[in-house]
Design a protein around this ligand. Structure first.
Ligand code: ANZ
Ligand code: ZN
Length: 799
């Protein structure tokens, strides 16, 4: 029999589809398993081998869970709004709808050819109005609860993409989409108040099963800081300058203050400031730097002393100067700091440059060289002198500040509110209306979806306005509150909006009354296991957790956390060990592998290539190895016998045990290796029992389902293999059988030892020589010959 995957694979794919075997059943009596993978962006490039690896983990689990008797929800959909499609639409003068539909069709076809066991009746497309109606609905709920606000701020702006970017989308001062330099531009920005959920997002991490590195990245991104707010009196003015510090214990060491270049104090006291020109020139210079550049630890600190205004150190009573410098950010704390050059390196460098006084308040270090941030005895600090514990001195200082009414403890988060508008066409219209009488008014819920108007020129305006601003029939409307003439918001939502709740829609994808029926949410949610990329661990993972926490607070979902468990795959690199990219010419097209070797080979290979969580280079000869493995599996049908082959039982039960456990730990490569080892064992016996073969293909099914089903049916397996029961191992059978053999020294029986049946000669000899009585007989003699008759006797010849 020949292994002709070209026939086998389409045959079973059609059959499974026809039988609806992968359809999830709402409210089934079976236990549920909701396995989720990050839905793809339907780019024109189509499916990448990275997608195959990303989906394969939950694919394997889902196939196994079905066989374990679970009701499995393993859905797929398309994250279809976004810039690449819009840019392509502009370039080719095609409507993004047309491009998206084509790409989705192609992508679906490709996914089907690999044989993923998705429930295709639940496909969603975030760019369809039956979906984005509900994205808008959630947005309006956020608006209603005061979690949407607008602010004119300096934003990260990509002049090439003509979009405003969040900090996360412009890391390193580069646009995440086109990699050009980002500039700072004043703009009206809609924000979602994600910071209000900072603490919940942090605490929620205790309840979920995420790998430690993923949790840590989220903790860092949220960036909780515990410190104090302290007020400094401005000398001879009726004004206080409030700062945020994590080290109020060092207050006696404050010798100057620094405010951010954008700090409102400057404009408020412009008449008092004697060097306003220099101050404003510096502010202008700073506006051209990105936040990234400003936070870099550059040695050469810049700044300007503000002439004409000074402050008073609240504990020492000393008059201290105030500077502006771009190392202080307006968006963190209060935008002002107390500088302690003896103990903070940035302040130290600034003081050296500007000749400010350096007063140590903690003993230790070498202030000739650098600031000292370690522990030590407090000095020059009046009531804190002699204290040695930072925690105690902070507590003591907080008491003092509270008594004087000039300070209190507080927390800060690094996390920023989520900039939520884009000046682009291909996104969800923001359902808000600007009324000259009523201000900002929500589009009534009954009017959702607020549809994207049809248009054919998607180019953003040169002034950075959304293309929608050009469509008068869209822009002009009546105010839902006062009935007067009003204008619609023309910005659209960012790429991340649709993916912030899509896992809920899968529970009930065709509902036109609700984003999903509550009973169905209760049945399916939370997601049991979510696999995706490390690049989405901040942003998508945080954003979607935020929306889910919010929906929980609204009473719309059953748990605060959407995902019970999260894992991440490692990247597939090119054969050259570099990241796959078109420009390097090292991209492997998964469909080429499918046509040449078959989908099963591709599936086995991407999981066999290495540790699932690590990056691994593509290797053609290993692909061929996987193909040969499957050919040998297929050939087992030529040596199948009706009765059980006793000598294979132990090996088979070990394989069941290992494959079952390894899948749960995502050790797919060692699970496949175990299947290969078993195949070698069968090769030695040159036969396999029918039941044993059926069991073997059950274990193979999650990885290579087409060949497994083919063999299963050929051998008269009952029902569909996809719903056959997952094998259980018998622990007793996994233990190696052992036998007792005699050990002779010069022909005389000295001992009997227990050895594993069929063990290697070296192992039998080692066990024999380890016996005390044998050792006594060998004592002081020369071993000249070692004879081992397998499973019978060891004879040692000495002189
Ligand atoms: C005095 C001091 C002394 C500080 C010392 C540190 C060490 P984290 O932990 O990141 O929250 N800071 C406060 N607001 C700032 C702003 N808007 N831009 C730049 N820096 C700012 O850091 C908090 C510390 O960062 C604060 O504590 C403040 O410097 C500075 F030995 O105050 B510290
Ligand atoms: Zn109005």
């Amino acid at each position: 029999m020949d292994y002709s995957f070209q026939k086998i694979e389409p045959k079973w794919q059609a059959k499974w589809e026809e039988e609806g075997i992968f359809h999830a059943e709402d409210f089934s009596e079976k236990p549920k398993f909701y396995g989720l993978v990050e839905f793809p962006y339907p780019s024109g490039a189509g499916m990448h081998v990275g997608h195959i690896k990303a989906y394969s983990s939950i694919e394997v689990l889902s196939r196994k869970r079905r066989m374990q008797g679970y009701n499995v929800l393993f859905p797929i959909g398309f994250d279809a709004f976004g810039l690449p499609t819009e840019n392509y639409a502009i370039k080719t003068n095609t409507h993004p709808r047309e491009i998206t539909d084509k790409n989705i069709a192609k992508f679906s076809e490709q996914l089907k050819r690999v044989g993923f066991s998705f429930d295709w009746t639940r496909v969603i497309d975030t760019s369809r109005d039956d979906y984005y109606k509900w994205t808008q609905w959630i947005f309006l709920k956020l608006f209603e609860k005061g979690l949407v606000f607008r602010n004119k701020t300096l934003v990260n702006y990509c002049p090439s993409c003509k979009v405003v970017l969040s900090n996360e989308d412009s890391q390193g001062g580069k646009c995440d989409i086109c990699h050009s330099d980002v500039i700072q531009l004043p703009k009206d920005v809609w924000y979602l108040k994600i910071t209000k959920y900072a603490d919940k997002l942090l605490l929620g991490l205790d309840e979920v099963d995420y790998p430690e590195n993923i949790k840590q990245q989220q903790v860092n991104w949220i960036g909780k800081s515990t410190g104090a707010f302290v007020e400094f009196q401005l000398k001879d003015l009726d004004e206080k300058l409030e700062i945020y510090t994590t080290r109020c214990d060092t207050l006696f060491g404050v010798t100057f203050m620094v405010i951010a270049p954008e700090h409102p104090l400057i404009d408020k006291f412009s008449s008092k400031i004697q060097n306003m020109d220099a101050v404003l020139a510096y502010r202008e210079e700073a506006s051209r730097k990105t936040e990234f550049e400003r936070t870099q630890l550059v040695k050469d600190k810049t700044g300007v002393r503000i002439e004409g205004i000074t402050a008073v150190n609240p504990v020492s009573g000393k008059e201290i100067p105030i500077f502006i410098s771009d190392y202080v950010m307006m968006g963190y704390g209060t935008g002002a700091i107390m500088a302690v050059p003896a103990h903070d390196q940035r302040d130290y460098e600034f003081a050296k440059r500007f000749g400010a006084e350096i007063i140590p308040v903690i003993e230790g270090g070498d202030l000739e060289k650098e600031a000292y941030s370690g522990d030590g005895v407090m000095i020059n600090s009046d009531f804190l002198n002699g204290m040695t514990n930072k925690k105690d001195s902070i507590a003591r200082m907080l008491e003092f500040l509270a008594e004087k009414g000039i300070g209190h403890a507080g927390v800060q988060f690094k996390m920023k509110d989520w900039a939520f508008n884009r000046q682009r066409y291909w996104g969800e219209p923001i359902p808000l209306i600007h009324c000259p009488n009523c201000g900002v008014v929500a589009v009534p819920y009954e009017e959702l979806p607020l549809r994207l108007p049809d248009m054919d020129n998607f180019k953003p305006g040169e002034d950075g306005q959304s293309p929608l601003a050009k469509v008068e029939s869209f822009v002009n409307c009546t105010c839902p509150k006062c009935g007067g003439a009003a204008k619609r918001e023309t910005d659209t939502m960012p790429q991340w909006a649709g993916s912030s709740w899509y896992f809920l829609r899968y529970c009930d994808p065709h509902n036109s009354e609700k984003f999903a029926d509550r009973e169905k949410i209760n049945y399916w949610m939370p997601v049991d296991w979510y696999n995706g990329g490390m690049e989405h661990v901040t942003r998508h993972l945080i954003y979607s957790r935020f929306w889910h926490h919010f929906l929980y607070d609204l009473g719309e979902v059953n748990t605060p956390e959407p995902y019970k468990k999260r894992s991440a795959q490692g990247m597939i690199l090119g054969a050259d060990g570099e990241k796959m990219s078109k420009s390097k010419g090292n991209v492997v097209d998964p469909l080429d592998i499918v046509s040449q070797y078959g989908a099963d080979t591709l599936r086995v290979y991407v999981l066999f290539m290495g540790d699932y969580g690590s990056a691994a280079p593509w290797n053609d000869s290993s692909v061929k190895g996987c193909r040969r493995f499957l050919e040998r599996v297929f050939a087992l049908q030529d040596i199948v016998v009706p009765e059980t082959v006793k000598s294979l039982e132990a090996s088979l039960h070990k394989t069941i045990k290992k494959v079952s456990a390894d899948i749960e730990e995502q050790k797919y490569n060692t699970a496949i290796a175990a299947l290969m080892t078993f195949l070698n064992e069968v090769g030695k016996e040159k036969k396999i029992g029918r039941e044993q073969l059926l069991c073997f293909v059950k274990l193979l099914n999650p990885f290579a389902p087409h060949i497994a089903e083919e063999i299963y049916q050929n051998q008269g397996g009952e029902g569909s293999l996809q719903l056959a029961s997952w094998p259980e191992h018998d622990e007793a059978k996994t233990v190696d059988e052992s036998i007792e053999i005699g050990v002779q020294v010069n022909g005389k029986l000295r001992a009997t030892v227990t050895i594993p049946t069929d063990c290697e000669k070296s192992e039998a000899l080692a066990l024999a020589k380890a016996d005390e009585k044998v050792q006594a007989a060998l004592e002081g003699k020369n071993l000249v010959k070692e004879i081992y008759v397998p499973n019978k006797i060891v004879n040692l010849v000495v002189k």
